[in-house]
Design a protein around this ligand. Structure first.
Ligand SMILES: Nc1nc2c(ncn2[C@@H]2O[C@H](COP(=O)(O)OP(=O)(O)O)[C@@H](O)[C@H]2O)c(=O)[nH]1
Ligand SMILES: [Mg+2]
Length: 409
């Protein structure tokens, strides 16, 4: 069972560290169940969020993590992550990318917008002296680019819709518009919310001018494609003052300080057993100092400072923020035996499922299997051993047994 079907899209300018972030986030020296770690597509891999594993809280000596990984009491929950092609100003006008970008844009549920907080590369990605280019400008142009891409896709046949509406062929404008934007993963319900927010009535929808259509699309992007700003390259001193400015300018988005490079180095040294480090930790220990050359020692010293100053490299923090804050997902653990917290194969807390906040026990049953949901009788909260109904609202880290007339497997 997949923990979730969420896809995180990495967007940003060229040379800001998108691929470095992707490599760092997807590098792990463990495997889930017996599936080896493969890149799913050329630019899609598996990254991880990190949560304290429930087995610790329940006082169990260990768990048998199966759809996720448990490292010393930390659950690493896999999530698909996509390294989208780099944007340059004016990219939507067809400089280079083609429709690939639009496809990636459509598929992603949430974005990590990676920016070079150190200002050491220009708008076209050309390397510059740190502090030269302003990351605030960079975020502005990337957001504009994303909006322009959505706009240029939607306005393409806007005239046709306008005409059909004028002629009375379109009877339900809300439905017609919702269908038009469904390719972006946007639902009718979300369109309704956006129309409300932008104060556009259904009947005006196909009459609005270009400016208002742009505003509508921007509001739609904000609602349906949440975004986390990843202020990368914090290991370069010039980055520090820019973190504050980014936070002030883009108050509606979380801004996470990150050093992708530091995380990549730490994960590789961990793999070689040179250091003790758990991805997302705020510190590490060197196992064999003698094995390190001078260059690596110096790098590790710098990284140690970054970790203590920013409470980690920020890679896990960025993914956690996207999943748990922006998308509002919560981890829930389904089990069969509420006393031993095991599944049918006697595995302790094998699976963790990410559910949207506000989901109930029936929704969880549906995620596990449609048959289980069909035969849903009741559920049991394994912590309290109490019976709960289908409408019970799930909490973070709930351990739940679903009782159904239709048995699993
Ligand atoms: N100092 C520093 N350099 C980084 C960091 N992340 C990436 N880089 C460097 O930035 C350059 C561009 O990185 P890359 O991942 O290829 O960027 P992309 O074009 O956005 O995919 C490379 O030279 C990386 O080594 C970081 O966190 N700190
Ligand atoms: Mg790249």
């Amino acid at each position: 069972m997949e923990p979730s079907n969420v896809l995180i899209g990495i967007v940003g300018k060229t040379n800001v560290g998108k691929s470095t972030f992707f490599s760092a986030a997807t590098e792990i020296d463990a495997q889930i169940g017996n599936r080896p770690f493969v890149t799913i597509e050329s630019n899609v891999g598996i990254g991880y969020a990190r949560k304290r594993c429930v087995h610790v809280e329940l006082g169990l000596p260990k768990c048998d993590a199966s759809n996720s990984i448990c490292i010393e009491g930390n659950r690493f929950i896999p999530v698909k992550i996509m390294d989208v092609a780099g944007l340059v100003p004016g990219a939507h006008e067809g400089r280079g990318l083609g429709n690939k970008f639009l496809d990636d844009l459509r598929r992603a549920d949430v974005f990590l917008l990676i920016v070079d907080a150190s200002g050491s590369s220009g708008p076209d990605g050309k390397p510059l002296k740190p502090g030269t280019y302003d990351p605030v400008e960079e975020v502005k142009f990337i957001l504009e680019e994303i909006d322009e891409w959505m706009y240029s896709s939607i306005q393409r046949d806007w005239g046709k819709y306008k005409k059909q509406y004028g002629m009375g062929i379109i009877k339900d404008p809300l439905e017609a518009f919702s269908q038009r934007v469904s390719g972006f993963g946007i639902t009718r319900k979300q369109v309704e919310i956006v129309l409300n927010r932008t104060k556009v009535s259904e009947n005006e929808l196909f009459k609005i001018d270009k400016e208002n259509l742009k505003n509508l699309i921007k509001a739609m992007r904000k609602l349906t494609k949440p975004l986390v700003i990843v202020a990368n390259k914090i290991d370069i001193p010039e980055a520090q003052k820019n973190i504050k400015r980014l936070r002030e300018t883009f108050a509606e988005y979380p801004v996470i300080p990150v050093s992708s490079m530091a995380e990549l180095i730490l994960r590789r040294l961990r793999k070689e057993d040179i250091i003790r480090y758990i991805p997302g930790d705020t510190d590490f220990k060197v196992n064999s100092l003698e094995k390190l050359d001078k260059k690596t020692r110096n790098a590790l010293e710098l990284i140690k400072d970054i970790l203590s100053k920013y409470k980690g490299t920020g890679v896990i923090n960025a993914i956690n923020t996207a999943l748990f804050d922006s998308l509002g997902l919560i981890p829930v653990y389904p089990v069969e035996d509420v006393n031993k917290f095991t599944d049918k194969q006697n595995k302790v807390l094998p699976d963790v499922i990410l559910m949207p906040k506000g989901s109930n026990a029936k929704d969880l049953a549906l995620r596990i299997h449609s048959d289980i949901a069909k035969g849903f009788l009741y559920a049991i909260n394994a912590r309290s051993k109490q019976r709960i109904s289908s409408s019970y609202l799930l909490n973070e880290n709930d351990v739940i047994k679903i009782v159904s007339t239709t048995a699993k497997r």
